[in-house]
Write a protein of this length. Structure first.
Lengths: 321, 646
């Protein structure tokens, strides 16, 4: 379990933290260098053409025509060579990033919902199956194969520091892989327009050393922590009676719905509302009372809890480490 | 002045009165509804499209205001989604394609020396259908029923389950309207260009602008049926619960993407090719030489038209597709740079051996080349699957296609506006205002869209109504929003220039730029019948080659609307054809089409009611006139052009 502040990296494709993103970043340098040179040559030619001293030439004269034809043909030939080099480099890179490294990968199911991410860690033992939301834990240095699907509309999985996109399409199973080469928290965001809260459908990928990751897996397999005090206990009751359990599940309690995020280990998450707000008491209280203010259109309705109920449920949820 | 001398051969006072009586629009409001004059209709296309351009611009400016700061509150998600959907839909379907169609409908007959377009009634009907479609979707938008599933309307988000209400239905029907209008215009432009050219204008002498319009039209004919099918399937999924795109019932969400992008990518070139045509046709006037490499330019335009149909999957690289298949689309996407490169190299060669005259149209043409080259560079980059997977659906793509479309469509269009405004109105636009217009727009475009490359690489996705403070995207977004203000002010300068010049602009005369092509061989504005006598051409630059006198051909009837048809390859006089004249029925047929599709949004009764009304109106529209003469008179082939018998 990570309690200390993790290293947050700015969401960016030019600050790679994984194999695939690094290859593409490298390719980008090739692209921008070539493009800058070509653009500069074209612009210089254009400027000279515009501002050179225009001696009275007879443009239809055969010598002028021949010389122009030679220059234009040479430019086209150079363009063609650049394109061909580009294509071969690109095809090699394409095959490299499509191939999962030949080590035992971790497999995770990614399910896109309007407007949050569900991550399932399948296991042959049903009790060991982990379901969590908006935070994808992965071990550093081990490829992770993501099996992706969507029950509603098309979403697209994208964590720019680690890898490019893959769409989640209803009726299709899609697959991609990621690998982090250093520990850290990498933000990702849905990249295919998916409705009202497409803008606030983000996630955090938390990459940890293998041993730490294994600890997280063991902790996550456990059922929910028992409430520590009477307030939290009361909060558990509010959870079951005030309507929360219609959508959410907490393993080890009667709440088992799968409409919204699984909250079994909610207290250990960094953020709420699909990586929109830091997970603290104030944000959580505001979210529970009126999610529509933070994410208009979100599926979670406002909850008219009185202050005691709110206090209790906050204590309960915070205790779900 | 030689230009005047030339025009005089084409305008004869007594002939003018006679022909004008036959060709001119009827007076008053009725005349406005009944006209089949290509110039009146084309002006409406351009003016209507420009109003839609302004509306889409206001939408863009509002979105930029919302995005100027993180977590801004100007537009909520529901409004924002309507705004960006309307912005894209308007710019693509209601501005870019119709405005290029309008430019084509105005110029093609004048460039080939014809009196009107082919199928003049259908031309009128096409405009009315387009107008009804545009008014429908903005009607919906103004009562908070604007579409909100994106201009690309991906299923299942746009399907019945995730987009209840009428918003997407209105969108799908609007698409149908603009398809009908575009298809009609495409057939008209092709027929006009292939059968109504002046004698002597063989295929190798057709002005490049006409070639560009013809290729655009062929592309419309091949691309539009695909989106017609798609939008019909979507409408049926929504209205009568078919399941074309519903995975749960055996349909496929990806089917929509293939059908849509098979249209959607060629659409880019449908807008862009006429833009290149505009540049090729005004360069000679401002470099004082005919454009270099005519065959290469024409073949490049045609090649682009073909390759454009092999690129659509590059919009779908993140969907599950086999890698080998993707490679073909990568190759095609990169290779389209070759024909486009050829055009740019030929233009530079033209300027190189010419004598540039820095008037506003040339400035916009140069701006177009600069911006388009930058957009083209990122275009080749995103042909790469691995690179595209990173920048796909981010602001990098927003930057890329705005560079391409502003460089390839908007700048050439403004160049064309400054260039042909005197021909259309008889008055010049102000040069001073024109230069302000150019520099503001040129600076504004870079300020707005260049930072977006960086934003996309820093991970900012498209179509987001807001972003969090912690993302660090605030500053660049602010720069982009300020840039949008600069673009907006440039358009205001343009509007002011147009309004002022319409009344106070310098009188243009027939050929103010001393240009080479036929549209300048008649008065400005052109008379209702375009040319009193049909010009006869013997080269690619008729006004520069013919000396003082442009040869003409006489022999067309003066007492009715008669046009000359010539052969496809060599433009030899073939037959005379009587046009039906001005009529109200195209307008009424368009109305019944409107009733059909709009009623269908709300009730299945639209189908029988619209069909019956449409049938009646169309029957009246095509009802043969009582006439003692056949509508088409064959001409004997062996008669030289100048001596066609009356």
């Amino acid at each position: 379990m990570i309690l200390q502040a993790p290293r947050y990296t700015q969401q960016s494709m030019v600050d790679p933290a994984g194999t695939k993103a690094a290859l593409v970043d490298h390719f980008w340098h090739f692209l921008i260098t070539t493009a800058s040179i070509v653009t500069a040559i074209v612009f210089i030619a254009l400027l000279i053409a515009l501002f050179k001293r225009h001696r009275p030439v007879e443009p239809e004269e055969p010598a002028v025509q021949r010389s122009l034809t030679r220059w234009v043909s040479a430019s086209v030939a150079v363009t063609l060579v650049i394109i061909v080099v580009f294509l071969f480099t690109d095809f090699r890179l394409g095959r490299a990033i499509a191939t999962v490294p030949n080590r035992t990968p971790l497999r995770v199911n990614v399910i896109g919902h309007q407007w949050w991410w569900e991550f399932q860690y399948p296991d042959s033992v049903p009790n060991n199956w982990i379901s969590t939301a908006n935070e994808l834990h992965i071990p550093v240095g081990r490829p992770v194969v993501l099996n992706m699907s969507s029950p509603d509309v098309i979403h697209s999985f994208w964590v720019p520091n680690l890898s490019g996109k893959k769409d989640l399409i209803p009726g299709h199973q899609t697959e991609t892989w990621i690998e982090a080469d250093s520990a850290g928290v990498y933000r990702g965001q849905c990249a295919e327009f998916c409705g009202l809260q497409h803008a606030k459908m983000a996630m955090l990928v938390i990459a940890e050393p293998e041993a730490k990751f294994d600890q997280w897996v063991l902790a996550s397999r456990a059922t929910a922590t028992e409430p520590a005090d009477s307030t939290a206990k009361a909060g558990g009751q509010v959870f079951l009676t005030a309507g929360c359990s219609v959508c959410h599940a907490i393993a080890g309690t009667a709440a088992g719905a799968t409409v919204g995020p699984n909250l079994t280990h909610f207290g250990s998450r960094h953020s709420i509302a699909a990586a929109t707000l830091p997970n603290n008491r104030g944000n959580l209280g505001g979210w529970i009372l009126d999610p529509q203010r933070i994410k208009p259109g979100a599926q979670m309705p406002p909850n008219g809890l009185d202050p005691d109920q709110l206090n209790a449920i906050l204590a309960y949820l915070e205790g779900l480490k | 002045m030689t230009a005047t001398a030339r025009v005089e051969t084409l305008v004869e006072p007594e002939l003018d009165l006679e022909l004008d009586a036959v060709w001119r629009n009827r007076p008053g409001f009725i005349g406005w509804l009944t006209t089949t004059d290509h110039k009146s209709i084309a002006k409406r296309y351009v003016a209507t499209a420009f109003i839609f351009f302004l509306l889409a611009g206001v939408e863009a400016a509002t979105m930029r205001a919302q995005l100027s700061r993180p977590e801004n509150g100007i537009l909520g998600p529901d409004r924002y989604n309507q705004f960006f959907t309307m912005h894209g839909t308007t710019m693509m379907f209601l501005f870019a394609v119709p405005v290029m169609i309008g430019v084509g409908l105005y110029l093609v007959p004048l460039l080939v020396g014809a009196r009107n377009v082919a199928f003049p009634r259908a031309n009128a009907m096409g405009y009315w259908v387009y107008l009804i479609g545009g008014v429908l979707i903005y009607g919906g938008f103004f009562v908070n029923s604007g579409p909100d599933a994106g201009w690309f309307a991906y299923t299942p988000l746009s399907g019945p389950e995730f987009s209840p209400g009428k918003r997407v239905d209105i969108w799908a029907q609007m698409i149908t309207f603009t398809e009908i209008a575009a298809l009609i215009a495409a057939v008209i432009i092709i027929t006009t260009a292939f059968r109504m050219r002046s004698p002597g204008m063989s295929l190798n002498r057709i002005p490049i602008m006409v070639w560009a319009s013809v290729v655009m039209s062929f592309m419309i004919i091949f691309a539009m049926p695909s989106v017609a099918t798609a939008s019909l399937f979507l409408a049926m999924d929504r209205l009568i619960s078919t399941h074309f795109f519903n995975a749960a019932e055996g349909g496929d969400a990806l089917l929509w993407q293939h059908l849509f992008w098979f249209f959607g990518h060629p659409e880019v070139y449908i807008m862009f090719l006429p833009g290149t045509g505009i540049i090729s046709s005004l360069l000679p006037s401002f470099t004082r030489r005919s454009v270099f490499g005519y065959p290469a330019l024409v073949l490049s335009i045609i090649a682009t038209g073909f390759i454009a149909f092999g690129l659509w999957v590059h919009h779908m690289f993140a969907t599950p597709l086999p890698q080998l298949g993707q490679s073909f689309f990568t190759a095609a996407s990169a290779l389209v740079a070759i024909p486009n490169g050829i055009q740019i190299f030929c233009w530079i060669a033209t300027i190189w051996t010419g004598r540039p005259i820095f008037r506003t149209p040339l400035l916009f043409a140069i701006g177009s080349i600069i911006i388009f080259v930058m957009g083209g560079m990122t275009g080749v980059m995103i042909a790469s699957v691995p690179f595209d997977l990173q920048v796909h659906d981010t602001y990098f793509i927003v930057a890329h296609f705005h560079y391409v479309i502003l460089g390839g469509v908007v700048f050439p269009l403004f160049a064309g506006m400054y260039y042909w405004f005197p021909k259309v109105t008889g008055r010049m636009l102000s040069e001073t205002a024109g230069k302000w217009n150019f520099w503001l727009m040129f600076i504004g475009v870079h300020a707005t869209f260049f930072p977006m490359h960086q934003l996309g690489m820093e991970g900012m996705p498209r179509r987001v109504y807001t972003y969090l403070e912690g993302t660090g995207w605030g500053d660049l977004n602010l720069v982009a929003s300020l840039g949008a203000l600069v673009i907006f002010s440039s358009v205001v300068v343009f509007l002011g220039n147009v309004i002022h010049s319409l009344r106070h602009g310098a009188i243009a005369g027939a050929n103010p730029w001393d240009a080479e092509s036929l549209e300048w061989a008649t008065t400005s504005p052109a008379p209702s019948y375009n040319f009193a006598n049909t010009p006869v051409v013997s080269g690619r630059a008729p006004l520069w080659e013919s000396g003082d006198e442009l040869p003409v051909m006489t022999g067309l009837a003066r007492d009715r609307q008669q046009v000359l048809l010539t052969t496809v390859l060599d433009a030899e006089p073939d037959s005379r054809h009587d046009h039906p004249g001005h009529t109200i029925w195209p307008f009424i047929v368009a109305l019944t089409i409107g009733i059909f599709f709009i009623t269908l949004i709300f009730s299945p009764w639209g189908l029988p009611i619209g069909t019956v009304l449409g049938f009646i109106a169309y029957a009246r529209y095509i009802w043969p006139k009582k006439s003692h003469e056949p509508a088409i008179v064959e001409l004997p082939r062996s008669v030289p052009a100048a001596e066609v018998p009356k």
